[in-house]
Design a protein around this ligand. Structure first.
Ligand code: FE
Length: 196
């Protein structure tokens, strides 16, 4: 069963153009703002305001395979585990919510032909999820991040991006938001999505 939204070529093309346009034109003046925010704000644990959406970017592929680990044979780059929960605005766990993750590899490459480092899963009855994957690398213009779409049953799709905590490149990224920074919990990373 898949609720992964379909994206037309036209939408993808538009997204690509918007992405590049923003990277080229918006970045210079946002850099200063992001730097000061990164220095003063910490991510809010638990439920709170709805998780902030961010642009999809040009590299989303619909109909990813269902899996909780994106590790495949031959991948030797450092790994990470992202664990967390999907909750609603009143902090109630959302069971059966779809999470569709996609990311680049440690060298900043996306697989746009197949489904390498792409996969979706559903939250358990406690609203929890767990993803094993590679630590994403940097690519030109971007700090390391993981893209994700979150959708509760019959709900709207939240598209956003998650960031590595305290990464030195975050402060110079035109999209980085401290509230979208994953938190460290022992050797794992943690994030709580708050959906309407
Ligand atoms: Fe990206």
């Amino acid at each position: 069963m898949t609720r992964t939204p379909h994206t037309s070529r036209r939408t993808l093309l538009k997204a690509s153009i918007a992405y590049l346009f923003q990277a080229a034109l918006v970045a210079p003046w946002v850099i200063t703002t992001k730097k000061s925010l990164a220095q003063t704000m910490r991510p809010t644990p638990g439920c709170g305001p709805q998780t902030r959406p961010q642009m999809e970017g040009p590299f989303f592929t619909p109909l990813s395979p269902e899996r909780t680990s994106l590790i495949e044979s031959g991948m030797s780059a450092p790994r990470m585990v992202l664990a967390g929960q999907v909750v609603d605005l009143s902090c109630k766990p959302v069971a059966g919510a779809l999470l569709d993750f996609w990311q680049c590899d440690d060298r900043g490459h996306y697989d746009n032909q197949g489904y390498r480092l792409r996969g979706h899963q559903y939250t358990n009855h406690q609203g929890e999820f767990r993803l094993t994957t590679l630590v994403p690398g940097e690519y030109p213009g971007r700090t390391p991040h993981i893209h994700v779409k979150v959708q509760r049953e019959n709900g709207p799709v939240l598209t956003t991006q998650l960031y590595l905590p305290d990464h030195s490149r975050n402060a110079r990224d035109f999209l980085f938001q401290p509230s979208l920074s994953m938190a460290r919990r022992g050797s794992d990373l943690h994030f709580v999505f708050v959906v309407a």
